[in-house]
Ligand binder design. Structure first.
Ligand code: SF4
Length: 107
């Protein structure tokens, strides 16, 4: 994916159609987002099932690379994006948590 303009404060691309049009081809477009974002008080078994279901959708998604690139750039703190969980994206960004960005991985 090519670099996109961004709002440096939020890490988000500028609100231009060309930065977001990949979403029109998303395999998850129009789906209930429950598979991609955890509900309150989710338990481990339910989480494993939900994440597996979301990954299965992402595996066949034609815009998975753009989706993941966006999620890493933003960085999106919640949900499955481009087939990766919050924890997997945090690892790629060398962070302990995306929810608490000041926390870095231990050296
Ligand atoms: S990669 Fe997954 S979350 Fe991203 S747009 Fe495709 S289906 Fe949706």
């Amino acid at each position: 994916m090519t670099a996109v303009g961004s709002d440096e404060r939020a890490g988000l691309p500028a609100p231009l159609l060309e930065h977001w049009d990949w979403q029109a081809a998303a395999a998850c477009r129009g789906m209930d987002c429950d598979a991609f974002f955890h509900p309150p008080k989710e338990r481990a078994r339910g989480r494993r099932r939900r994440v597996a279901a979301a990954r299965a959708i992402c595996q066949g998604c034609p815009v998975a690379r753009a989706c993941l690139a966006h999620a890493l750039q933003a960085p999106e703190p919640y949900g499955i994006w481009g087939g990766l969980s919050e924890e997997e994206r945090a690892e790629r960004l060398d962070r302990r948590s995306l929810r608490y960005p000041a926390r870095r991985s231990a050296p």
